[in-house]
Design a protein around this ligand. Structure first.
Ligand SMILES: Cc1cc2nc3c(=O)[nH]c(=O)nc-3n(C[C@H](O)[C@H](O)[C@H](O)COP(=O)(O)OP(=O)(O)OC[C@H]3O[C@@H](n4cnc5c(N)ncnc54)[C@H](O)[C@@H]3O)c2cc1C
Length: 285
């Protein structure tokens, strides 16, 4: 088996160069962004060490945050630290900012990227629920062109995303939280920091007084991928917030999620916590 030093690593400096490498099976390598998932997996022997790697960290287009056509564009190689600190994301995507601030510690946030978090396709990837409530689209690119895929369709299954072998994730396009809108993020792990989530969730809400005009809810680590909660959203949208409604919403979440047990948690705990997270969101409004 190869050692880390023996892997053949290319570092394209333009998008076209990266896509050209990906287009040819002979030069196609495993995509590397911050390496905080991949290198750990290689060293633990969880996935085999690849023959070659394409390090995307020098491609400028992948590292941009901008506002365009009413949406926020975040390049795949933008780090969690950059999302935490950027004025545009802080203003328009508070749940995503909070999610990125909960990932690992500062060192991991400085290297780990949004694209890596999503492409790793773990149900415990903390960014996904916040992306789902912002109706994110994933834009992939290959030499053949771009594809724009809704985030909920991009996450196909456990550790599976809708990426073709000659494609990379170029950027995410997110709808900003509307003026007066509220976003929350909540993560439950074994401890307050440096913990992989047992369950995490995000919401985006627009209220008029106590009336709920818009409700988007998403949870992670309760299914094979992060999920929206359409039944609970439907129950809440258009209603007036009151204690009974909060009770009903919590009960609805318990019916809607069907988590599994694994080394991090039991299924029963995950289900109970899911309801409590949504209750917490509603009680904070
Ligand atoms: C100590 C530690 C703590 C951590 N804590 C957390 C945590 O609290 N929450 C959490 O969610 N994660 C956590 N992680 C996991 C990891 O840091 C994050 O998932 C991070 O966002 C991964 O990004 P990366 O750039 O390092 O990905 P990489 O390791 O570079 O890549 C991950 C995957 O994405 C693919 N990929 C990368 N870029 C692209 C692209 N542009 N297009 C297509 N595929 C691509 C790679 O091929 C690989 O399959 C932790 C990791 C460590 C080591």
């Amino acid at each position: 088996m190869k050692t880390l030093e023996e892997i053949f690593c290319r570092q394209p400096e333009t998008l076209n160069e990266a896509l050209t490498l990906l287009s040819d099976e002979a030069t196609r390598g495993v995509l590397l962004s911050g390496g905080t998932d991949l290198v750990v997996q290689w060293q633990a022997g969880a996935v085999p060490m690849p023959e070659q790697v394409i390090d995307l960290s020098a491609v400028p287009e992948l590292k941009e945050i901008s506002a365009q056509d009413g949406c926020l564009r975040i390049g795949a190689c933008v780090t969690h630290a950059a999302i935490r600190n950027h004025a545009l994301t802080r203003e328009a995507l508070p749940a995503l900012v909070a999610a990125c601030a909960s990932i690992g510690a500062r060192q991991i946030q400085s290297r780990g990227t949004l694209g890596g978090n999503v492409a790793n396709a773990s149900p415990a990837g903390d960014a996904s629920p916040a992306l789902l409530v912002a109706d994110a689209r994933v834009v992939t690119a290959s030499l053949a062109g771009e594809r724009c895929i809704p985030m909920n369709e991009f996450l196909l299954d456990y550790r599976k995303i809708d990426r073709h072998p000659d494609e990379l994730i170029l950027r995410f396009e997110l709808t900003p939280c509307p003026q007066g809108g509220i976003e929350r993020f909540c993560k439950i792990g074994t401890r307050g920091a440096q913990a992989i989530s047992k369950v995490m969730g995000a919401c985006r809400v627009v209220m008029h007084g106590k009336d709920i005009q818009h409700m988007a809810l998403a949870l992670g680590s309760v299914a094979a991928t992060a999920i929206r909660l359409p039944e609970t959203e439907k129950l809440l949208a258009g209603k007036t917030l009151c204690e009974e409604l909060v009770d009903e919403a919590e009960a609805c979440v318990l019916r809607e999620v069907h988590p599994i047990a694994d080394i991090r948690s039991t299924a029963e705990y995950r289900r109970w916590v899911s309801g409590r997270i949504v209750r917490g969101f509603l009680e904070s409004l």
